[in-house]
Write a protein that binds this ligand. Structure first.
Ligand code: DC
Length: 223
């Protein structure tokens, strides 16, 4: 039997995956998996438990008992750790950096694999991450790799922070983005890279509407 349809969208942070995958899930009526949120919740829970981000064994144990769920509300998808709503708390820069460190451990990734695959159900799934098309759903019917220059990604992040009334230093953001990219691209297991059969989209000079239209056209050729 044919497996449920998966649209795998990978790429570095700030390339626009979040907005694109949200729109795609709505367009096709599919479930949305934000796999980065899983690594972020694990980093957050580990921090609360006083674990070090280099302690792979303890992180695996934490991953195995992680009580994580997603809840669709009027204002978007909420992320829960047990009963605690951590939607906002996991989005800090510091927790993003910790998530990237946690995600670099091979055994942590293995521990979270089946949890992610369980989201593949009818009528279909849009999966947002770094290794959706390469490792988690290697047989996804559609694979898209969305990239953008580090400078453009830093500018977008700066605007997001400013819009939220937070302080945003462009040089600092660019430095953090570059360091996180390095770690995500160079880790030995499931590094950030396009699947061989992925459509490469560079959003540096594209609006979100253009990215969305291009992606939709491509997806329809695969359905
Ligand atoms: O997409 P994000 O910024 O929420 O992801 C946070 C970190 O989690 C990112 O730096 C790398 C890691 N990650 C990963 O290794 N694999 C995924 N599929 C998704 C995220």
């Amino acid at each position: 039997m044919e497996k449920a349809f998966v649209i795998a969208v990978d790429g570095p942070g700030g390339a626009g995956k979040g907005e694109l995958t949200k729109r795609l899930a709505k367009e096709f009526g599919f479930t949305l998996l934000d796999s980065g949120a899983i690594y972020r919740v694990l980093a957050y829970a580990a921090r609360q438990a006083g674990l070090a981000m280099f302690d792979e064994d303890s992180l695996v144990q934490e991953a195995n008992v992680l009580s994580l769920s997603f809840k669709v509300e009027d204002d978007g998808v909420h992320v829960l750790l047990g009963k605690e709503d951590v939607t906002k708390a996991i989005r800090t820069e510091e927790n993003g950096i910790n998530a990237s460190k946690v995600a670099a451990h091979p055994l942590v990734r293995t521990a979270l694999l089946e949890r992610q695959r369980a989201f593949r159900q009818e009528p279909g799934l849009v999966a947002d991450g770094r290794d959706m098309g390469t490792v988690v759903f290697p047989d996804a019917q559609v694979k898209i790799f969305l990239d953008a220059s580090p400078e453009v990604r830093a500018t977008r992040r700066q605007k997001q922070l400013e819009a939220a009334g937070k302080e945003a230093d462009y040089e600092q953001i660019l430095k953090e983005i570059t360091e996180r990219d390095e770690r995500d691209r160079n880790r030995p297991v499931a590094p950030l890279k396009p699947a061989e059969d992925a459509l490469l989209l560079d959003s540096t000079n594209m609006s979100i509407e253009e990215v969305f239209e291009t992606a939709c056209q491509y997806i329809r050729t695969k359905m």
